[in-house]
Design a protein around this ligand. Structure first.
Ligand code: SF4
Ligand code: SF4
Length: 396
């Protein structure tokens, strides 16, 4: 999005795109049913979410301290920890670790998206495969994610069939099971041939340095388990003090992300090791020999000082708000940029410092508050949007 008129055209085109409406109406229906069932089956989640909001609120005030505590724990576990003040610094650290000419498998990471990690690694001469099915579709379409959890939510199965037919040279039907099997076949060998696996994390425990990664596809397990090197990029807002609290954050995240329980939760605290031969600890058994964790500030500690806008850092990326938002329902990821809807406006204004983009998103928001009702963290979007508009109008 370069100017307001570009944005206006983009969002109006999206609103008139019947395929976006079709794909989203299918997804919204399924999300509401699944989340409703998950919360009915595990009603304690609602109370737990209140506790998690408290945990996150306190952790946000101590992000830097927690990052250093987690880093020390990771080093104790024989991993390596790094601290990046800016996106450019994070890219420099990761480029230094990766070099060029590498085959990389990558799990979905909003923080990676935020700093343009894949494009950067490709630009310096690496071959990068997105391994989350939705991200893989987006990568091959040369498009951008339209949802924080389901990046290809706006792409109906008919379009995926066309795309995969083009890649494989076969005439694939628009049958979801066949399309999933095709992606599995295309990516399978990459996991084991890759030099490096890259991931984000949903939450990190500072006391043990443990990263929690929630998923259903199994691609994160493979990306972080099969290659000899694992690099994780973590936004500092993902840190909480203890392993127990990290578990609580994870449980609330997956319930509100529409799962009773996810297929996999990977906990990684350091490189793979064994002491099975003469009790000599040796690193790099079946999993990675090296684990590198990059903690990114990228404006987060500054944003945490704003009394209202800091709420955006509580976000668990469960994606629930987007399924309730009337604007998102007809425009998908065009209502936002790297992050979407009200959170996207705050991110654009406070992190990217792009006033025009922030204003465009902020004034598309209806301040109706439907997202707040759904949000497990009770992030008050209308309150944030009013505060952001005021900041923008005052030129701050
Ligand atoms: S307040 Fe804004 S972001 Fe939230 S549901 Fe309404 S239009 Fe969407
Ligand atoms: S704002 Fe709330 S509902 Fe939306 S993704 Fe974040 S935690 Fe989930």
């Amino acid at each position: 999005m370069s100017t307001f008129s570009d944005y206006k055209k983009e969002i109006m085109d999206a609103a008139h795109d019947e395929r976006i409406g079709l794909a989203l109406s299918r997804a919204i229906k399924s999300y509401r049913t699944n989340t409703g069932n998950a919360l009915k089956k595990f009603p304690h989640t609602i109370k737990l979410a209140e506790e998690v909001r408290e945990i996150k609120s306190k952790a946000i005030d101590r992000m830097e301290e927690l990052a250093h505590q987690a880093g020390a724990a990771i080093e104790e576990n024989k991993g390596k920890a790094y601290y990046a003040k800016t996106a450019a610094e994070a890219l420099e650290i990761i480029s230094g670790l990766v070099g060029k000419g590498k085959l990389i498998v990558k799990g979905k990471s909003m923080t990676g998206e935020e700093i343009g990690l894949r494009h950067h690694l490709e630009h310096i001469g690496n071959e990068v495969y997105e391994t989350d099915l939705g991200e893989f579709i987006i990568q091959k379409l040369e498009s951008k994610p339209a949802h924080i959890l389901s990046p290809a939510i706006h792409v109906p199965k008919e379009d995926v069939a066309k795309l995969f037919s083009r890649i494989t040279g076969e005439d694939l039907p628009a049958e979801i099971a066949k399309l999933v099997a095709t992606a599995r076949k295309l990516l399978r060998e990459k996991f084991f041939a890759a030099d490096i696996g890259i991931s984000g994390a949903n939450v990190v425990a500072a006391d043990t340095g443990t990263m929690f990664m929630i998923e259903n596809e199994g691609n994160i397990r493979l990306s972080t388990g099969a290659p000899p090197v694992h690099i994780a990029l973590i936004g500092m807002e993902k840190l909480v003090p203890t392993l127990t609290e990290a578990y609580k954050v994870s449980e609330v995240t997956w319930r509100y992300a529409n799962y009773t329980v996810p297929s996999y939760v990977s906990l990684v605290s350091g490189p793979s090791k064994t002491g099975d031969i003469e009790k000599v600890t040796t690193y790099g058994a079946h999993g990675p020999k090296e684990v590198h964790v990059v903690f990114l500030d990228g404006g987060r500690t500054e944003l945490a000082k704003h009394p209202i806008l800091r709420q955006v850092l509580f976000c668990l990326r469960c994606g629930g708000c987007l399924y309730e938002c009337p604007v998102f329902a007809v425009t998908a990821g065009h209502f936002g940029d790297k992050y979407f809807a009200s959170n996207g406006a705050v991110w654009a204004g406070m992190i990217d410092k792009d006033r025009e983009k922030a204003a465009a998103i902020a004034y598309t928001c209806l301040t109706c508050g439907r997202c707040k009702v759904r949000c497990p963290m009770k992030i008050d979007s209308p309150e944030m949007i009013v505060a952001l508009r005021k900041l923008l109008a005052e030129g701050e």
